[in-house]
Design a protein around this ligand. Structure first.
Ligand SMILES: [Zn+2]
Ligand SMILES: [Zn+2]
Length: 351
């Protein structure tokens, strides 16, 4: 199975909302970080006429939408591929999802679990609240800046982790992972993505006053790696359609590239003569064989319906099973004495 891997950052802000840099500079930062795709998602504004290739980086425009009238703030929704301004629909999240789907777009629930920070008068948590909604493509399993916010419970912690973020960043919130498994257990297909939520703004924390998390740095951290059947054609509309289709199918994984590039991770399941990859359904025909490949040695866990059913250390893991269920992979690496999340696959749905 030959697949091409696109490394993407799907959650980024510009001065059209509360970010620091415009699109061309952001594309430049993406090129310097070595990623292939960046999707700008400004708050409640869809910016037209800026999509395109900047050398080898494809820059697309989505939107992060919430109801500005609703307090406390909640329910940030990432919208991709709607091709028009959708913010006027913010008041009713279900109507927004339906309208985006009608336009051929995709909705992801941004930073669904958050922990606020008491600093600077309080950086409030902005979680997802309305869980009865239907029709969204997935959730943002891992949001880098959301995890950083949770680390800033004191001024000293904020200063320390701003200087040494890799010592603080450990992975998606446990609660978000459990929530994802619960949604999957309901029989839904829920695609996981990861993002930086890059703003590129300066912060003043005690004596430290600088851009704490420049775009370029964040584009080397939590990314979504998208697997597509053939290379991009450098035709913006065609490539956009290919990328959105892969995201819709769940042919992607979340990688924390700051611990070492996660390019090359693969997860397959076989049963009889059928082979499935992330996002696929697989019908059992006797034994199931799972194959997991990594670009570097790490601790690999295979989970079925949220429970670990296979485990190993190394660059590959082969496991067998006979049970139906939703299978996904988690990979961990040690960095400075602590175990850190490295890779989260999307599921293979076995029935
Ligand atoms: Zn947000
Ligand atoms: Zn955001």
């Amino acid at each position: 199975m030959v697949l091409h891997e696109i490394v993407a950052n799907l959650h980024v802000h510009t001065p059209y909302s509360d970010g620091a840099w415009y699109h061309a500079q952001i594309a430049q930062a993406a090129a310097e970080a070595g990623i292939d795709l960046v999707v700008v998602t400004d708050h409640n504004v869809w910016v037209d006429q800026v999509e395109g290739y900047h050398e080898n980086v494809l820059l697309l425009v989505g939107e992060e939408i919430h109801d500005v009238q609703r307090l406390p703030q909640c329910n940030h929704m990432l919208v991709y591929g709607a091709g028009q301004e959708m913010a006027p629909r913010a008041e009713d999240s279900q109507a927004l999802i339906n309208a985006v789907n009608e336009k051929g777009g995709l909705c992801f629930l941004a930073h669904p679990v958050e922990r606020g920070s008491p600093l600077d008068g309080g950086l409030a948590a902005i979680p997802w609240i309305d869980w009865e909604l239907q029709g969204y493509a997935g959730i943002e399993l891992w949001n880098y800046m959301s995890e950083f916010k949770a680390l800033t419970q004191t001024r000293w912690a904020a200063l320390f982790y701003a200087l040494y973020p890799q010592l603080g960043i450990k992975g998606p919130f446990h609660h978000t992972l459990r929530l994802w498994d619960r949604l999957l257990a309901e029989g839904r297909r829920v695609v996981a993505i990861g993002g930086s939520d890059a703003h590129g703004n300066g912060y003043s924390i005690g004596p430290l006053s600088r851009v704490v998390f420049p775009y370029r740095y964040l584009f080397g951290c939590v990314n979504t790696h998208i697997l597509i059947p053939s290379t991009l054609r450098r035709d913006v509309d065609a490539d956009k359609a290919t990328i959105h289709e892969a995201l819709r199918q769940g042919r992607c994984f979340v990688g924390y590239d700051a611990l070492g590039s996660t390019r090359g991770f693969r997860f397959y399941a076989r049963s009889g003569s059928d082979v499935a990859m992330m996002g696929d359904q697989l019908r059992r025909a006797g034994t199931l064989d799972f194959q997991i490949e990594l670009p570097a040695s790490a601790e690999i866990r295979l989970l079925c319906d949220g429970n670990v059913v296979g485990r190993g250390q190394g660059r590959r893991l082969n496991c067998t099973s006979v049970h139906a269920g939703t299978y996904r992979v988690e990979v961990y690496r040690r960095y400075r004495l602590r175990k850190r999340a490295w890779i989260f696959s999307n599921p293979i749905y076995v029935y």
